[in-house]
Design a protein around this ligand. Structure first.
Ligand SMILES: Cc1cc2nc3c(=O)[nH]c(=O)nc-3n(C[C@H](O)[C@H](O)[C@H](O)COP(=O)(O)OP(=O)(O)OC[C@H]3O[C@@H](n4cnc5c(N)ncnc54)[C@H](O)[C@@H]3O)c2cc1C
Length: 239
């Protein structure tokens, strides 16, 4: 029987099933706080499962939801992995998620940059395109270099993952670099558009919330840096 609630569940209205991590052994009954969590597949039409839509200020194809679980019965067959060993199964899914989010960030960065370059090439208030000014060119060029570096890191991480290796370090580096490069790109593109970026019809500043979000979700970049500090550099855990 599952009980609890969770905010920010994307696309819950479109899903047929949901993965739920639930504590199945009390924290005080185990020495290792990572032990005692189990992973379940829960059908969205299970009695006791309710959704409530959140109001999120973001242009996105899916909506976000509060999910409430009140005495939701889950058959034993719906357990993924071993009882109390759900974190291991969950962590197996996190590297592909990092890779997906990196590709998402790079794609958005590429799109924003292409829009910025097109605008800077056309906009010529005094007869000279603003894209000919180095103050406009350099931030766009820098963002391009950082997007390409992030793309290479993503490919390295994908190759490691596909080869069955430990992709944790590379996947986290790709997520960090890709989300930062995309944010650098949209910032340069907004600047190159000047006031036009805020004209709703230009659809430029509207790109910013989604790109900015990728520094926070599905994992914030500070947690990514924590992972790299501890798991890649071998520094002591900070939290
Ligand atoms: C649009 C949207 C969709 C989402 N979809 C989903 C979904 O489908 N499923 C799901 O499970 N979740 C989803 N989330 C939740 C998302 O994963 C979290 O918002 C994200 O992981 C950050 O957690 P938090 O919001 O609890 O921030 P907090 O943990 O409260 O952290 C706030 C800030 O504090 C800093 N911080 C936190 N911890 C540390 C630390 N240890 N060291 C240094 N700095 C730290 C970071 O800067 C962080 O941004 C979604 C969120 C949004 C906004």
């Amino acid at each position: 029987m599952l009980n609890g609630q969770k905010i920010f569940i994307s696309g819950a209205d479109q899903a047929t099933h949901m993965m739920v991590v639930a504590r199945t052994t009390r924290l005080r009954e185990t020495d290792d706080k990572r032990h005692g969590l189990s992973l379940f597949v829960v059908p969205m039409d299970a009695p006791g499962l309710e959704l409530s839509r959140m109001e999120i200020d973001l242009h996105s194809p899916e909506h976000q939801f509060f999910v409430f679980l009140n005495d939701v019965r889950v058959p034993a067959d719906n357990l993924v992995g071993t009882p109390d060993g759900g974190l291991r199964a969950l962590f197996d899914a996190l590297n592909p998620e990092r890779l997906l989010v990196s590709a998402w960030a790079i794609g958005l960065g590429d799109h924003a940059l292409a829009r910025g370059v097109a605008y800077a090439s056309e906009r010529a208030p005094f007869g000279t395109p603003i894209g000919s000014y180095q103050a406009v060119q350099h931030p766009l060029a820098r963002a391009k270099a950082h997007l390409e570096a992030a793309r290479l890191m993503l490919y390295t991480a994908c190759e490691t993952y596909d080869a069955g290796g430990d992709a944790g370090g590379a996947a986290n580096m790709a997520k960090l670099l890709a989300s930062e490069a995309a944010n650098e790109a949209i910032d340069a593109v907004v600047q190159a558009h000047g006031g036009t970026a805020f004209d709703k019809e230009s659809d430029i500043v509207t790109l910013w919330p989604m790109i900015r979000l990728l520094r926070i979700a599905p994992v914030n970049n500070e947690m990514v840096l924590n992972y790299l500090a501890e798991r890649v550099l071998g520094l002591p855990k900070s939290y």
